[in-house]
Design a protein around this ligand. Sequence first.
Ligand SMILES: Nc1ncnc2c1ncn2[C@@H]1O[C@H](COP(=O)(O)OP(=O)(O)OP(=O)(O)O)[C@@H](O)[C@H]1O
Ligand SMILES: [Mg+2]
Length: 291
Amino acid sequence: MDQAKELRNLINNSQSINLKNNLNSRVITISSGKGGVGKSNFSVNLAIYLSSLNKRVLVIDADFGLANIEVLLGTRPQYTFYHMLKGEKNISEIIVDTKYGIKFISGGNGLKELSNVNSTEVKYFIEQFEYLDKIADIIIVDTGAGISPSVTNFIMASDENIIVTTPEPTSFTDAYTLIKVIKEQNKVINRINIVVNKADDKYEADRIFSKISHVCNKFLGITIENIGYIPSDIALIKAIKQQKPVILSFPDSEFSKAIKNIGNRIVNEEQNVKNEGIKNFMQKLTRIFNR
Ligand SMILES: Nc1ncnc2c1ncn2[C@@H]1O[C@H](COP(=O)(O)OP(=O)(O)OP(=O)(O)O)[C@@H](O)[C@H]1O
Ligand SMILES: [Mg+2]
């Protein structure tokens, strides 16, 4: 290879490494149409697994009012986004280090307030996120369930989404309704991945995915991705009772194996996703909340 070509290759490679190791965090939003389908357990265990792969992971609980993630992580943050939005705290003061190696921020009521803030507050709030882009490779945002703006706005702002459903008809029809509502509000729809949780087996999960995929294609003109499935597993219930994440207490359980498969897939797709970062995400989110 001639020297000029070697140099070009080196520059090209180092550019992609820079982007990957990144100037920006990869933001993945986890939501669902129906509640209680397993979002929070999925988010926490996925985050811990990704962290075991040497990713710097931060989880944001954006499910207002219900402090699901706090309970699963056994932590109670004193300050939330609300304090940052009001300018009382900076971002490093609202981050909690958990005993599982991942970092955590509680949205509290702060994110709901995003539609009621003045321009100085917005500016301060968004600037603060630059710090998160520096300290986290992957940010997992656990939203609430349903089709209210506090769910749909997050999906619209996010480059990457995972919608969790179970095989129950009410759950997968609600997942479809959620996608439909987003499509009605936004012409361009970013990547949507589906996880079928509490499935009997792969065949059932694939069948449910096909149903959602078919109607999304036919009625909305949207292609969705099947990112994996999770079986019903008593190990999860046992782990919750022991108050230790299942991926650590029962790493060989079916639930944990499924999380690992999905996590590996997410990491393998790293090169193919556009990482606009958390600052950009928050900027978009604030704009959507105020339009
Ligand atoms: N694969 C599974 N196998 C067995 N039980 C499960 C599985 N996934 C979730 N569960 C159970 O379902 C319940 C709801 O889970 P979780 O709190 O994670 O759902 P959620 O979608 O975050 O709920 P919410 O909408 O209230 O935030 C939990 O009690 C959990 O034990
Ligand atoms: Mg939850």
